[in-house]
Design a protein around this ligand. Structure first.
Ligand SMILES: [Zn+2]
Length: 409
């Protein structure tokens, strides 16, 4: 399999060099591109149209708040719709970190005003120690899960193995405990959730070794799931030569054997879902001596997966499970809502162009890549919110999926 995965077959143009925010084709004026959603009329679909109900990206970093210069809840949820995702789950490490009642309230207020797609939020484990049990129980009902940062990344939420164990023991659920980690810490986490009978989710699983540990844990009956990010599926550390800072992220890109193991894990079902880890930074921040970690991913994920399906690396039939059904199941949402779906023209052949994207950062490591599969329409609760390349929803149209759950139970 080595060297034959989709990422290896396509030449990636590093056309982002020198691209600055505000240049022609950039994102200024994006707000004016939002329209009004309209009711869906029944229309005939061609043979090449593929429909996925209830797409959900369980791992995004939407920025806004103190990092609005990188993107806002409005610009990045517009990117979600343009990329074919009807809902996203936002990570807690954008400042102010989402680690307690005031910070969660603040983010929920801002998201309610700005979000164009449906959403949920992760709670982050406070590196200063456990929050009171009552508060944790209250917060747990309003979020999709608890996120533990046990490896170097963006933000200041790094915790050590002892505090990881304390949080695993204390978390009441119902959402799973998500882990950001590399190497031995992944094994330690799998042991911890087994010891305490909790449900754990390994975020952006990075290496062949981690896949091996996950497979063994699942085999032993540990309640563990994992997601993989498109950049780990399509790029390797060799791409650092051509992509430079655009290939700098956490966990870092692995070698060809890691990439092959991730594809195999996806095919076999050991890896449960795809998660974009959408984490935009300004072009200037990526050009610094120590480039900021992370890449945008919401608008490239589905075309990349369709390209992989077209090449036979996964089946088209697997896509709904990977980008909708599995994340909805793991994060406690009803599956396949009949009035919320994404249409993809699987025959479309086109070139990813960062200047056309809605994300505020204006660059992508996949810029210039020829792909198969184009999102043609996104519908949420019977309203068309993206069609023919245009975002039709407006800020505030998205709903908090976990507030709704909380009210009904
Ligand atoms: Zn992340």
């Amino acid at each position: 399999m080595s060297g034959a995965s989709p990422g290896a077959e396509y030449k990636i143009k590093s056309a982002c060099a020198g691209r600055m925010r505000g240049q022609e084709g950039g994102v200024s004026g994006r707000q004016s591109r939002y329209g009004t959603s309209r009711s869906v009329k029944l229309k005939l679909m061609s043979d090449s149209t593929f429909r996925i109900y209830g797409t959900l990206d369980p791992h995004v970093h939407l920025r806004s708040m103190e990092w609005s210069h990188k993107g806002t809840f409005a610009t990045e949820t517009a990117a979600a719709l343009a990329g074919g995702f009807t809902a996203v789950l936002d990570m807690p490490n954008t400042p102010p970190a989402t680690i307690d009642t005031p910070s969660l309230r603040r983010k929920k207020t801002d998201m309610a005003q700005q979000s164009l797609c449906d959403y949920g939020m992760w709670l982050g484990a406070d590196p200063n120690g456990l929050i009171p049990a009552d508060e944790m129980r209250q917060l747990a009902r309003q979020v999709c899960g608890l996120k533990l940062y046990c490896g170097e990344t963006t933000g200041g939420l790094l915790i050590d193995e002892d505090l990881m164990e304390c949080y695993v023991e204390a978390w009441p659920g119902p959402g799973p405990i998500g882990l950001h980690a590399e190497g031995q810490m992944i094994k330690a986490f799998l042991n911890a959730i087994a010891r305490h009978g909790k449900r754990g989710h390994i975020c952006h699983i990075p290496t062949a070794d981690a896949v091996k540990h996950l497979a063994a844990a699942k085999e032993a009956g540990v309640r563990a799931t994992a997601g993989v990010s498109p950049h780990h599926l399509f790029l390797t550390d060799r791409d650092l030569d051509t992509l430079g800072p655009m290939a700098v992220m956490k966990p870092p890109l692995g070698g060809g054997a890691d990439r092959d193991a991730l594809w195999e894990g996806l095919r076999s079902g050991v890896i449960d879902m795809v998660e974009t880890d959408h984490a935009p930074h300004t072009w200037e921040e990526k050009q610094q001596h120590q480039p900021a970690f992370g890449v945008s991913g919401l608008e490239t994920c589905l075309p990349l997966l369709c390209t992989a399906a077209d090449a036979g690396w996964i089946g088209y039939k697997q896509l709904p499970e990977l980008v909708a059904d599995a994340p909805r199941r793991v994060f406690g949402l009803p599956s396949a809502p009949p009035d919320t779906y994404t249409l993809i023209d699987t025959k479309a052949r086109w070139t990813l162009d960062a200047t056309e994207m809605y994300t505020d950062c204006g660059w992508s490591p996949f810029d210039g890549m020829e792909v198969r599969g184009k999102v043609t329409e996104v519908v949420i609760r019977q309203q068309a919110v993206f069609a023919d390349g245009e975002v039709l929803a407006k800020p505030g149209d998205g709903i908090d999926l976990y507030e709704v759950l909380d009210e009904t139970d």
